[in-house]
Design a protein around this ligand. Sequence first.
Ligand code: ITT
Length: 200
Amino acid sequence: MPLILPAGTTLVAATHNPGKARELAALLEGRFTVLTAGELNIPEPDETETTFVGNALLKARHAAQVSGRIALADDSGLSVTALDGAPGIFSARWAGPGKDFAVAMGKVEERLQEVGTDDYSAWFTCALAVAWPDGPSVVVQGEVHGSLVFPGRGDRGFGYDPIFVPRGHDQTFGEMDPEAKDAMSHRARAFAQLKAALFE
Ligand code: ITT
Protein backbone atom coordinates (compact mmCIF):
# COMPACT_ATOMS: atom_id res chain seq x y z
CA MET A 1 0.00 0.00 0.00
CA PRO A 2 1.54 3.35 -0.95
CA LEU A 3 2.03 5.79 1.91
CA ILE A 4 0.17 9.01 1.18
CA LEU A 5 -0.22 12.15 3.26
CA PRO A 6 -3.59 13.68 2.31
CA ALA A 7 -3.82 17.49 2.36
CA GLY A 8 -5.15 18.69 5.72
CA THR A 9 -3.39 15.95 7.72
CA THR A 10 -2.12 17.17 11.10
CA LEU A 11 1.67 16.83 11.25
CA VAL A 12 4.01 17.34 14.17
CA ALA A 13 7.11 19.25 13.10
CA ALA A 14 9.66 17.57 15.37
CA THR A 15 12.07 20.47 15.66
CA HIS A 16 13.02 22.95 18.36
CA ASN A 17 14.94 25.15 15.89
CA PRO A 18 12.81 28.18 14.90
CA GLY A 19 14.83 28.81 11.70
CA LYS A 20 14.13 25.30 10.46
CA ALA A 21 10.48 25.44 11.57
CA ARG A 22 10.02 28.62 9.50
CA GLU A 23 11.56 27.08 6.38
CA LEU A 24 9.62 23.83 6.78
CA ALA A 25 6.37 25.80 7.13
CA ALA A 26 7.16 27.71 3.90
CA LEU A 27 7.90 24.47 2.04
CA LEU A 28 4.68 22.85 3.33
CA GLU A 29 2.72 25.79 1.81
CA GLY A 30 -0.23 25.45 4.19
CA ARG A 31 -0.97 21.97 2.85
CA PHE A 32 -1.06 20.46 6.36
CA THR A 33 -1.98 21.55 9.86
CA VAL A 34 1.37 21.80 11.60
CA LEU A 35 1.89 21.50 15.35
CA THR A 36 5.39 22.01 16.66
CA ALA A 37 7.22 19.79 19.12
CA GLY A 38 7.55 22.90 21.32
CA GLU A 39 3.77 23.49 21.40
CA LEU A 40 3.20 19.86 22.34
CA ASN A 41 5.95 19.91 24.99
CA ILE A 42 7.72 17.02 23.29
CA PRO A 43 11.23 16.88 24.75
CA GLU A 44 14.28 16.83 22.45
CA PRO A 45 15.62 13.27 22.20
CA ASP A 46 19.39 12.66 22.36
CA GLU A 47 20.73 12.52 18.82
CA THR A 48 22.71 9.32 19.21
CA GLU A 49 22.93 8.16 15.59
CA THR A 50 26.00 8.70 13.40
CA THR A 51 24.31 9.94 10.20
CA PHE A 52 21.84 12.68 9.22
CA VAL A 53 19.41 9.99 8.06
CA GLY A 54 19.72 8.08 11.34
CA ASN A 55 19.13 11.16 13.48
CA ALA A 56 16.18 12.37 11.35
CA LEU A 57 14.50 8.97 11.75
CA LEU A 58 15.23 8.95 15.49
CA LYS A 59 13.64 12.40 15.96
CA ALA A 60 10.58 11.62 13.78
CA ARG A 61 9.93 8.26 15.45
CA HIS A 62 10.32 9.75 18.91
CA ALA A 63 7.87 12.60 18.20
CA ALA A 64 5.36 10.22 16.56
CA GLN A 65 5.45 7.86 19.52
CA VAL A 66 5.14 10.60 22.14
CA SER A 67 2.38 12.54 20.32
CA GLY A 68 0.48 9.68 18.65
CA ARG A 69 0.54 11.75 15.43
CA ILE A 70 2.43 11.65 12.15
CA ALA A 71 5.74 13.48 12.67
CA LEU A 72 8.19 15.22 10.33
CA ALA A 73 11.80 15.70 11.47
CA ASP A 74 14.82 17.41 9.91
CA ASP A 75 18.43 16.60 10.66
CA SER A 76 20.86 18.81 8.85
CA GLY A 77 24.27 20.42 8.96
CA LEU A 78 27.26 21.96 7.27
CA SER A 79 30.17 19.81 6.07
CA VAL A 80 33.53 21.33 5.14
CA THR A 81 35.69 19.41 2.66
CA ALA A 82 39.06 20.45 4.15
CA LEU A 83 37.81 19.50 7.66
CA ASP A 84 36.93 15.96 6.55
CA GLY A 85 33.22 16.77 6.62
CA ALA A 86 33.15 18.50 10.04
CA PRO A 87 31.10 19.85 11.73
CA GLY A 88 28.57 17.60 9.88
CA ILE A 89 26.14 15.95 12.29
CA PHE A 90 27.71 18.02 15.09
CA SER A 91 26.78 21.36 13.44
CA ALA A 92 24.37 22.38 16.22
CA ARG A 93 26.85 21.38 18.94
CA TRP A 94 29.63 23.61 17.56
CA ALA A 95 27.46 26.56 18.59
CA GLY A 96 27.75 25.53 22.26
CA PRO A 97 25.03 25.55 24.92
CA GLY A 98 24.17 29.19 24.11
CA LYS A 99 23.41 28.15 20.47
CA ASP A 100 25.64 31.02 19.33
CA PHE A 101 26.44 30.58 15.64
CA ALA A 102 28.97 33.41 15.67
CA VAL A 103 30.96 31.01 17.87
CA ALA A 104 30.33 28.07 15.52
CA MET A 105 31.31 30.03 12.40
CA GLY A 106 34.41 31.33 14.20
CA LYS A 107 35.38 27.75 14.99
CA VAL A 108 35.07 26.76 11.33
CA GLU A 109 37.30 29.67 10.29
CA GLU A 110 39.84 28.84 13.00
CA ARG A 111 40.02 25.17 11.97
CA LEU A 112 40.50 26.13 8.32
CA GLN A 113 43.36 28.43 9.31
CA GLU A 114 44.92 25.62 11.36
CA VAL A 115 44.76 23.30 8.36
CA GLY A 116 46.25 26.08 6.20
CA THR A 117 44.16 25.23 3.17
CA ASP A 118 42.77 27.34 0.34
CA ASP A 119 40.01 24.79 -0.24
CA TYR A 120 36.92 26.52 1.19
CA SER A 121 34.40 24.19 -0.45
CA ALA A 122 31.54 22.98 1.72
CA TRP A 123 28.05 21.58 1.50
CA PHE A 124 24.83 21.49 3.49
CA THR A 125 22.93 18.23 3.97
CA CYS A 126 19.32 17.84 5.07
CA ALA A 127 17.66 14.53 5.92
CA LEU A 128 13.88 14.69 6.31
CA ALA A 129 12.00 11.81 7.95
CA VAL A 130 8.27 11.20 8.31
CA ALA A 131 7.15 8.64 10.88
CA TRP A 132 3.71 7.23 11.61
CA PRO A 133 2.98 6.34 15.27
CA ASP A 134 3.75 2.63 15.68
CA GLY A 135 4.04 2.43 11.93
CA PRO A 136 6.36 2.90 9.00
CA SER A 137 8.73 5.75 8.32
CA VAL A 138 10.20 7.33 5.22
CA VAL A 139 13.47 9.24 4.96
CA VAL A 140 15.06 11.30 2.15
CA GLN A 141 18.18 13.45 1.87
CA GLY A 142 19.16 16.56 -0.10
CA GLU A 143 22.42 18.49 -0.48
CA VAL A 144 23.58 21.86 -1.76
CA HIS A 145 27.25 22.53 -2.60
CA GLY A 146 29.13 25.80 -2.45
CA SER A 147 31.98 27.57 -0.67
CA LEU A 148 32.63 29.45 2.55
CA VAL A 149 33.39 33.16 2.98
CA PHE A 150 34.77 35.01 6.02
CA PRO A 151 33.62 37.26 7.52
CA GLY A 152 30.02 36.12 7.15
CA ARG A 153 27.53 38.32 5.32
CA GLY A 154 23.79 38.89 5.83
CA ASP A 155 21.40 38.41 8.70
CA ARG A 156 18.62 36.49 6.96
CA GLY A 157 18.29 32.73 7.36
CA PHE A 158 19.85 31.06 10.41
CA GLY A 159 22.78 28.99 11.64
CA TYR A 160 25.73 28.95 9.21
CA ASP A 161 23.88 30.84 6.43
CA PRO A 162 26.09 34.00 6.56
CA ILE A 163 29.26 32.09 5.54
CA PHE A 164 27.79 29.86 2.79
CA VAL A 165 27.70 30.86 -0.87
CA PRO A 166 25.93 28.27 -3.04
CA ARG A 167 27.74 27.30 -6.23
CA GLY A 168 26.89 29.61 -9.16
CA HIS A 169 25.78 32.50 -6.90
CA ASP A 170 27.42 35.56 -5.33
CA GLN A 171 25.21 36.10 -2.30
CA THR A 172 25.43 34.06 0.89
CA PHE A 173 22.33 32.24 2.15
CA GLY A 174 22.31 34.95 4.83
CA GLU A 175 21.93 37.68 2.18
CA MET A 176 19.45 35.97 -0.15
CA ASP A 177 15.69 36.38 -0.20
CA PRO A 178 14.21 33.49 1.77
CA GLU A 179 12.35 32.45 -1.41
CA ALA A 180 15.66 32.19 -3.29
CA LYS A 181 17.18 30.00 -0.57
CA ASP A 182 14.00 27.86 -0.50
CA ALA A 183 14.32 27.30 -4.25
CA MET A 184 17.78 25.70 -4.04
CA SER A 185 18.57 24.66 -0.49
CA HIS A 186 19.43 21.20 0.84
CA ARG A 187 16.09 21.34 2.70
CA ALA A 188 14.16 22.19 -0.49
CA ARG A 189 15.89 19.37 -2.37
CA ALA A 190 15.05 16.84 0.33
CA PHE A 191 11.52 18.22 0.47
CA ALA A 192 10.99 17.75 -3.28
CA GLN A 193 11.72 14.05 -2.84
CA LEU A 194 9.35 13.78 0.09
CA LYS A 195 6.64 15.47 -1.94
CA ALA A 196 7.13 13.05 -4.82
CA ALA A 197 7.01 10.08 -2.45
CA LEU A 198 4.22 11.03 -0.05
CA PHE A 199 1.97 13.86 -1.18
CA GLU A 200 -1.30 13.39 -3.06
P1 ITT B 1 16.26 20.16 16.00
O1 ITT B 1 17.10 18.93 16.21
O2 ITT B 1 15.36 20.48 17.14
O3 ITT B 1 15.54 20.14 14.69
P2 ITT B 1 18.84 21.48 15.81
O4 ITT B 1 19.23 22.89 15.54
O5 ITT B 1 19.46 20.79 17.00
O6 ITT B 1 17.25 21.44 15.90
P3 ITT B 1 20.24 19.68 14.02
O7 ITT B 1 20.70 18.76 15.09
O8 ITT B 1 19.75 19.07 12.74
O9 ITT B 1 19.08 20.64 14.52
O10 ITT B 1 21.42 20.70 13.73
C1 ITT B 1 21.57 21.28 12.50
C2 ITT B 1 22.38 22.54 12.60
O11 ITT B 1 22.97 22.77 11.30
C3 ITT B 1 21.47 23.72 12.87
O12 ITT B 1 21.49 24.07 14.22
C4 ITT B 1 22.05 24.81 11.98
O13 ITT B 1 22.94 25.58 12.66
C5 ITT B 1 22.79 24.07 10.88
N1 ITT B 1 21.95 24.16 9.68
C6 ITT B 1 21.09 23.25 9.20
N2 ITT B 1 20.44 23.73 8.13
C7 ITT B 1 20.90 24.97 7.95
C8 ITT B 1 20.60 25.98 7.02
O14 ITT B 1 19.65 25.84 6.11
N3 ITT B 1 21.26 27.12 7.12
C9 ITT B 1 22.21 27.32 8.06
N4 ITT B 1 22.54 26.44 9.00
C10 ITT B 1 21.89 25.25 8.94
